[in-house]
Write a protein that binds this ligand. Structure first.
Ligand SMILES: Cc1cc2nc3c(=O)[nH]c(=O)nc-3n(C[C@H](O)[C@H](O)[C@H](O)COP(=O)(O)OP(=O)(O)OC[C@H]3O[C@@H](n4cnc5c(N)ncnc54)[C@H](O)[C@@H]3O)c2cc1C
Length: 424
């Protein structure tokens, strides 16, 4: 399969496609999945001198990594105060010490490998009501306790200077956040792997895993025999490994991109080109692209069906935020799947002593996927402490098993979005 018809695919940097696997080969580490989790893992490992093969079912960046909002959001989908309360001080200290590392990895990758992906610094969390603003004040205090001080609270007047809408009562500006063209970041990382001698195969879905030492990943056209196997298929892994499918739920979210706006119009919406997400449970997220389009995402479809009419779902949200854009033309619309876990914390672990997985970033994975790759490379170099801080977190199955995941999770979403609407 090819990339979905998105703004990103239409503006992707030119690149040579990678070949399909047509033979039986060997390597040290076989990575399954060509999104950020797989690419970050493969890149850290080739840098460390491992012989790496990455197998991608479709194209590099075909999944969430090539379709997302492009927002470099620091920390995890559950914030550190919840981690402290639920899992104790030791776990919180370990996870807290890593919560800003993913964004740093992205910035250094862009610089080190000269990746052209429209990076712009600065991300805003926007509060729609006083309760959300109060939560942002706590978030600021929490992040500062873990050493992240590049944060600025914006009152109602200041937030209106940064975003051309009256929707918000205040905001938190993270100067260490920012945004990128996500597919071009993925393609740039794949190119770096190629330059360092890693082997990538596209259109090479793994259809069967033979566990053992070595392990074997089989595709329709060949196989990879490897000392270590890393499963990085996230929401697109399907049922290849039922134990992983049972732990988390694919959810779809959708994005539209307008026609290019005039310089003046773009500046009236977000003059400093920050990216924005609101604080609702089912949140809206948006930003300007490198060529001044408004890229706006929102809405969640549980069970990850493709919504029939993306524009019908997203445009009312966009126009509620920016009524002045009434009549604007939409050039692109697409959806993509992320993987939700019950705790909203990522799931890292081992299926066998030589088979690893990392998944379930619960909607905020751009940074944590990059951290995941570094942690896995540390494990294979003999340092498992940081990976195991995540692996020790309990992985709760969705209540009622897979068949009932959708209704129960949707019920939870209805509860939280009602709270958001009432502002309580
Ligand atoms: C629309 C959307 C907007 C988002 N916006 C943001 C955002 O702004 N900020 C943020 O932090 N997060 C965002 N996210 C979440 C973020 O994109 C993901 O958490 C992250 O990209 C996950 O990366 P991944 O590599 O684990 O998975 P993916 O990028 O989904 O990659 C998995 C890859 O594995 C491949 N694969 C699956 N099965 C096999 C197999 N059997 N054999 C070979 N290959 C296989 C797939 O084809 C796919 O390419 C968003 C997600 C979506 C869908």
């Amino acid at each position: 399969m090819e990339h979905v018809n998105s703004y990103y695919a239409a503006s992707a940097n030119r690149h040579e496609p990678w070949p399909q696997l047509t033979e039986d080969i060997r390597c040290d580490v076989c990575v399954v999945g060509g999104g950020y989790t797989g690419l970050s893992t493969a890149l850290f490992l080739v840098e460390a001198g491992f012989d790496v093969v990455l197998l991608e079912a479709s194209r590099i960046g075909f999944g969430a990594s090539g379709r997302n909002g492009g927002q470099i959001v620091n920390s995890y989908s559950r914030d550190i105060d919840v981690i402290e309360a639920r899992y104790g001080q030791d776990t919180a200290r370990m996870l807290g010490s890593m919560m800003f590392e993913g964004g740093d990895i992205i910035r250094s990758r862009i610089e080190q490998y000269g990746i052209d992906c429209d990076f712009r610094p600065g991300g805003i969390f926007a509060a729609l009501n006083p309760r959300q603003l109060h939560e942002l004040e706590s978030q600021k205090a929490n992040w500062e306790r873990y050493g992240h001080r590049q944060l600025e609270l914006l009152d109602e007047r200041r937030v209106r200077e940064e975003i051309g809408t009256e929707a918000y009562v205040g905001a938190l500006l993270d100067h260490r956040g920012g945004h990128i063209h996500p597919l071009n970041l993925a393609l740039g990382e794949a190119e770096a792997i190629r330059k360092l001698g890693g082997r990538i195969f596209e259109q090479s879905a793994v259809t069967q895993i033979q566990y053992g030492d070595p392990a074997v990943a089989k595709t329709a056209g060949g196989s990879v025999t490897a000392n270590f196997l890393v499963l990085a298929g996230n929401a697109y892994l399907g049922n290849l490994e039922p134990k992983l499918a049972a732990k988390a739920m694919p959810c779809g979210t959708q994005i539209v991109t307008t026609e290019p706006l005039s310089e003046e119009q773009a500046a009236s919406l977000i003059p400093r080109h920050y990216c924005v997400e609101d604080c609702n449970y089912l949140l809206d997220y948006y930003r300007l692209t490198g060529d001044n389009r408004l890229l706006y995402g929102g809405g969640v479809v549980y069970g990850a069906r493709d919504p029939d009419d993306i524009e019908r779902l997203v445009m009312p949200k966009l126009l509620k935020t920016f009524p002045q854009l009434k009549g604007v033309k939409v050039d692109y619309r697409w959806s993509g799947n992320f993987l939700l876990t019950l705790s909203r914390l990522p799931q890292f672990g081992r299926l066998e002593s030589n088979v690893y997985y990392m998944q379930g970033y619960s909607g905020h994975g751009v940074t944590c996927t990059h951290l995941a790759g570094r942690l896995l490379s540390e494990v294979l170099k003999g340092q498992a402490e940081r990976f195991d801080a995540f692996a020790r977190l309990p992985h709760l199955p969705f209540f009622g098993g897979r068949r009932f995941q959708v209704p129960f999770t949707a019920m939870g979403a209805v509860y939280y979005s009602l709270r958001d609407k009432l502002g309580v």
